[in-house]
Write a protein that binds this ligand. Structure first.
Ligand code: ADP
Ligand code: MG
Length: 237
């Protein structure tokens, strides 16, 4: 087991109104698997993924990565953890608009190394970034800015960026949510390939069961808890 969460609760407050989203969610991510998290819109999938990825802190419960509690780390240590151990991709890509595809892919290395280390390694790092863009089918788009790329190409660039610091785990939140079916299929094939060929552990959130069907295993978020597939079907009758 590479990552797990136990008894995670999260309630958002909007003025006087409390909105409980996670109510004791448990989840286990196994090394080398592709896991899908499904659930209706608003069921808390993104919230759970953000908690797993230390972008958000649970109100209660714990998140353990390779034997170490990560939910209670300082902001600085959580930032370093995300930078070196995790790759994350989102429905809306989150690329930096002023940077080329190559520079976007290099960004995690700029954050990781201090200026002198980066300078010393810059040739290898640029080669790695270019090779990653090649790997995702964008070897011919290195100098393009995000606005000059299609949606599918932007998501592929985001995937290359997520891989820059050699993460052991990729978290993907509705990675094909903004894509047409053909580009979406391409991105899913790429994720499946990274999982099967490169052994990357992938956790993918989706509201779409046909997308979840590509994963090795699916869990369902129902009323703020995680049900495994059988239990999820039982809940639905
Ligand atoms: P999903 O990804 O499954 O669609 P989310 O995790 O984004 O669900 O959201 C779950 C619920 O929490 C929704 O009702 C949403 O409106 C609410 N919510 C999410 N983020 C916030 C926030 N920052 N502040 C207040 N409410 C939020
Ligand atoms: Mg969401």
């Amino acid at each position: 087991m590479v990552l797990s969460a136990r008894g995670v609760t999260k309630t958002y407050r909007k003025g006087a109104v409390a909105v409980p989203v996670l109510r004791g969610a448990d989840i286990e991510v196994r090394e080398g698997e592709m896991l899908a998290i499904v659930g209706q819109s608003g069921s808390g999938k993104s919230t759970l993924l953000h908690v797993l990825g230390t972008l958000d802190r649970p109100d209660a419960g714990e998140v353990v990565y390779q034997g170490e509690r990560i939910d209670a780390l300082s902001r600085k240590r959580r930032d370093a953890f995300r930078n070196t151990e995790l790759g994350m991709i989102f429905q809306s890509y989150h690329l930096l608009p002023e940077l080329s595809a190559l520079e976007n892919v290099l960004a995690p290395a700029l954050i990781r190394y201090d200026m002198f280390d980066y300078f010393a390694k810059r040739r290898q790092l640029r080669e790695r970034a270019a090779a990653l863009l090649e790997r995702v089918g964008l070897g011919h788009r290195l100098t393009h800015k995000p606005r000059e790329l299609s949606g599918g190409e932007m998501q592929r660039t985001a995937i290359a960026r997520a891989l820059m610091n050699e993460p052991s785990l990729l978290l993907a939140d509705e990675p094909t949510g903004n894509l047409d079916p053909t580009s979406g299929e391409g991105v899913l094939e790429l994720l499946r390939g990274l999982n099967q060929t490169d052994g990357l552990t992938v956790v993918m959130v989706t509201h779409d069961r046909s997308i979840a069907a590509l994963a090795d295993r699916t869990v369902t978020l129902v009323e703020g808890r995680v049900a495994d597939e059988e239990a999820g079907l039982r809940v639905q009758g």
